[in-house]
Structure formats: C-alpha cells, structure tokens
Design a protein. Sequence first.
Length: 211
Amino acid sequence: MNKVYPFALEKLPYSYDALVPVLGEDTLHFHHDKHMNAYVGNLNKALESCPDFQKLSLKELLTKIDELPQSVQNAVRNNGGGVYNHELYFSTIASPNTETKLSETLQEAIQRDFGGMEEMIAQLKQAAVGRFGSGWAYVVTDPDGKLSICSTANQDVPNLCKVLPLMTVDVWEHAYYLDYQNRRPDYVNEFITLINWDIVSKKYEDRKSCF
Ligand code: MN
C-alpha cells in the first residue's frame, strides 16, 4: 500500500476467482473494487484539506485521530480504518488450494496463549459471529508476542499502539452476502480455511518493527 497520502488501491495478490468456492468472483469484485476502493477515495478526500497530515502513514493517522481537525476525524476514523482493515483482510488470505504453514514460533505462542489452534480458532469464530452488526474480528499480538482475540465495530481498528493485528475476519454483510446470504456462521467457518499462515507467521515474527 502507498505509505502516505494520496493512498492508492492495491491490486489483490491473487486472481478474483482464487478464493472459490469459499468466496466467489463477484464477491471479490464488489468487495475490493467497489467497497475497498470507496474507503481509499474517501480517505484521500478527507485529507485533501489537511496538508499538515498528508505526510503521515495510515497507522500514524489512525493513532493520532484526536490531533486531526475535528471536521475530518470521523471521516479518517471510518475510511482510514476501512483501508487498514481491508488491506489486512485481503493480504492475509490465500486460495483454499494453497498450502500454507504456521511457523514453529507462532505455533508455540498459540499453544502457550490458547492451549492450541483449535481453541484460538474457536475464540476467533465466536468473536466474528458474536459481533453485533458490522465489524471485524482479529488475531492480534502485543510487542512481546502475546496473542489474543479482539473485535471492533464498524471500521474501527484495534489500538495499534498496543497491538499488531495479524489477520482479520470481515463480518460486514458485503463480505459474504452474495455467497452465504444471512448465514454468517457458515461464512466464518469457511473463511478460516483461507488464512495464509505463511504470511501471518511472518507478521508475527516481524512484529517488533511495527511498534
Ligand atoms: Mn469489507
């Protein structure tokens, strides 16, 4: 992703049909080309009038919202969060035919902090399915490598000063309605099979550079 204003929509790191049968081609076109694109455009629009803040990275913008002019705070929270969340979402999944693997370090951390992968996934699913309305569920790590599950509403992001999100589940209806209609639990169950553990492991191991 472009590191500062003007932010640009990045191409997906796979083809639009790569996630079939979990997520269809139409879902990816709408989700990436329309929904995510709108967040990018609206974030840039909000920053047009704030030259002093155009040099900030997305993370800096999201952690310094209170310092922005009040008139753009909501727009940056919603659209900047939308860009951050979708970038994370699309970049940490892969085709269900791609085999990816947990690193030993991450595997040990999952064992230590959840008692095992099954429990971590169970808690992630619960956070995703239990989120009322639109929002996100995440696996996050703190700088010391302690893992936890959290969830946000709308396009809010976790506290990026304290944790680094490693992956996320989008539970806005636009993420799954064409494929699963109202069956959010079915979507979440299938989505888990897309997680790119190679990338998630690398993010975990590189976490120190993100704080
Ligand atoms: Mn979305």
